[in-house]
Design a protein around this ligand. Sequence first.
Ligand code: NAD
Length: 267
Amino acid sequence: MSNNLLQGKTGVIFGALDEQSIAWKVAERCNEEGAKIVLSNAPVAMRFGKINELGEKINAPIFSADATSMEDLEKLFTGATEHFGGKIDFVLHSIGMSMNVRKGKPYTDLNYEFMQKTFDISAMSFHRVMQTLWKQDAMNDWGSITALTYIAAQRVFPDYSEMAESKALLESFARSFGYHFGTRNKVRVNTVSQSPTFTTAGSGVKGFKEFFDYADKMSPLGNASAEACADYCVFLFSDLSRMVTMQNLYHDGGFSNMGMNPAVLGL
Ligand SMILES: NC(=O)c1ccc[n+]([C@@H]2O[C@H](COP(=O)([O-])OP(=O)(O)OC[C@H]3O[C@@H](n4cnc5c(N)ncnc54)[C@H](O)[C@@H]3O)[C@@H](O)[C@H]2O)c1
């Protein structure tokens, strides 16, 4: 169902790999709400993912960009503004990858070169995206920039490993850049802290199925789905959220404020 909440708006969406990706659902919902979209993902995702299908479905051009490369990001945003014939209204950063998790390294035996790569891909890329947008003056006034994060930035979830620190850094970049973008352009910058969701990145975490079920029971509303996350992102990109900035917004069915739920103990 469309309410034309994003009619006339333009957005760049990073991170749609396949139909399970949260970014995929966000792109579809934004398109339904009337936005014009440009999609971007890493070169390797072009070969192994299904982003081309999404591009055709929502009539969005696709720009290959490694989010750790300033050159790629510069070309992407130049190409996007040319395609739109104007500046950008919203951006979704939906990028995450842990080298140490992928290589099966325990938290007490992390490889620091891997860790740097993880931080670069999962967190510094958000600063790179915003700095490129800033220098190109590519955002429309009253635009909206959002990145996806996880509550492991605040609480300990042992199997999330170095992604916890990546997310803490990501959320901090949102606050710090939110100040600059708000002051100059009235652009808002937020992070959405999403429930566990079955995706390629999510399922890479050890014991994900058990953890997903635990979080589902702990949350009074149950886990928030990728589709519900897409609805929330539409709200954040729409004019209805104009005065919300520099926030980490929990989209988790209430999980973040729970201490104990009898349902978890089977009571
Ligand atoms: N799935 C979950 O449980 C969950 C929960 C909370 C937050 N998140 C966050 O949501 C975001 C999206 O993840 P997802 O769960 O949809 O999984 P996903 O695997 O579908 O998406 C991750 C994306 O990151 C992209 N990526 C990796 N390296 C890149 C690079 N160098 N340059 C550009 N793109 C790169 C991948 O190609 C992929 O499209 C991530 O930030 C993730 O941490 C996921």
